[in-house]
Design a protein around this ligand. Structure first.
Ligand code: CTP
Length: 393
């Protein structure tokens, strides 16, 4: 059984730690909990003890605890240390290397990977001090489940809400996974988008989502924490993946931006290039015999936006190209135009590839072009994921 040491620090979100413990034990993990003094204002040691089935540690200087298990030993008794919720205070202590209570001492003494799930007021989260601490911790290899955006207990609105327990669990499982992409965050887009014409009609394409979904699953198998942003598809959500379901290109763009930061981004979705200035009511035939004109506006280019240099740019951005002619030539031009690192190009003209179960591609990287023979989309996903694993090795 894999074990985690869960540090629950102060904040209204501490109640969600109980749900996290429940999910983690259900997933077969052993959980030992440490409650800070501030955390104990929000949840009781007894409720944590009942859910973990283990002694809960709260005080650095308890001689009984030290004789049972010293704090150094405690800090190394699990394969992963998780801080959820992580308050601004504990993040600052971690960044500064303070050790003035049990939780901060354990965090300084541990030799295990650490995952933090911050939760605090939006202004505290956005404060330059907190952001600098986060940057320091990230640079040291601390794994992070970023806070969600939304209404807060304090009545304000914005980023700072603790990520939902299932998302934290997914990150924990990814961090415990042994694979070359262990703990790394990947965003994958998949499927078509639907662009409404009126309340009952939409523009779409033949994408099934099979390739993107298979890639998401293959990345999880190598230890990545994956956020899949999927357009409307009829295939099930892959296991172990956090899925954001969207309809339109604009929604897909927003979901991708919300999922950043990530080290890997793979844009496998067949995003509609155009959206329609949709009618509020169903468009009726007017009897003139003239077809109605559709007013089209260009959609945001999600891949190009992700590829732009900047602090949020993933280290590896992979685009897809659906072409019907001059595959190599169009693909090379598309890679340059979009600014992505790798480009997976396929010929979708009358080949049964779009919407089908097999794929045949050219892979364009900085090193050159590889032609991959026709194979099942899952096999292709596994091979692409393995190549990404090598890239990060
Ligand atoms: N893409 C995107 N956002 C868009 C359009 C495309 O992220 N609004 C991404 C796709 O997910 C894919 C890549 O860009 O990874 C290329 O998509 P494709 O449809 O082949 O290219 P387009 O940009 O649409 O170029 P064109 O239609 O001129 O071939």
């Amino acid at each position: 059984m894999k074990r985690i040491l869960l540090i629950v620090s102060g904040g209204i979100a501490a109640y969600k730690a109980l749900e996290l413990v429940r999910l983690a034990t259900k997933a077969g993990l052993g959980v030992r909990a440490v409650l800070t003094q501030a955390g104990a204002q929000f949840v009781t040691p007894l409720s944590l003890q009942a859910l973990t089935g283990e002694k809960v540690y709260t005080d650095l200087f308890s001689l009984t605890d030290e004789s049972e298990m010293g704090h150094i030993e405690l800090s190394r008794s699990a394969e992963l240390v998780v801080v959820a919720p992580a308050s601004a205070d504990i993040l600052a202590k971690m960044a500064a290397g303070l050790a003035d209570d049990l939780a901060s001492t354990l965090l300084l003494a541990t030799d295990k990977p650490v995952l933090v799930a911050p939760a605090m007021n939006v202004r505290m989260w956005e404060h330059a001090a907190t952001q600098a601490n986060i940057a320091t911790l990230r640079a040291r290899g601390v794994l992070m489940v970023p806070p969600d955006d939304g209404p807060m207990a304090c009545g304000e609105f914005g980023p700072g809400r603790l990520a939902e327990p299932p998302a934290i669990l997914a990150a924990i499982l990814a961090a415990l996974h042994d694979g070359p992409l262990k703990g790394r965050h990947a965003i994958v887009t998949s499927g078509p988008t639907h662009e409404p014409i009126d309340p009952v009609r939409y523009l779409a394409n033949r994408s099934s989502g099979r390739q993107g979904h298979a890639i998401a699953e293959a990345l999880v198998a190598l230890g990545a924490r994956v956020t899949l942003v999927s357009g409307p598809v009829s295939i099930p959500d892959p296991p172990g993946v956090t899925v954001a379901h969207v309809e339109t290109a604009c929604e897909m763009e927003a979901a991708v931006q919300a999922a950043l930061p990530a080290e890997i981004a793979i844009c496998a979705a067949a995003v509609a290039d155009w959206r329609v200035a949709a009618a509020e009511q169903k468009i009726k035939k007017d009897g003139s015999g003239q077809p109605p004109a559709l007013n089209l506006a260009e959609n945001p280019d999600i891949l190009a936006a992700l590829s732009k240099p900047g602090p949020q740019r993933p280290r590896l951005v992979v685009g897809f190209a659906a072409e019907t002619e001059k595959l190599a030539e169009h693909a090379a031009a598309k890679r340059a135009r979009k600014g992505c690192d790798w480009l997976v190009a396929n010929n979708v003209g009358g080949t049964g590839i779009m919407g089908g179960t097999e794929n045949e591609i050219l892979l364009l990287t900085a090193q050159g072009t590889e032609a991959w023979e026709r194979m099942d989309k899952r096999a292709l996903a596994a091979r692409l994921a393995a190549k990404i694993g090598e890239y990060f090795a």
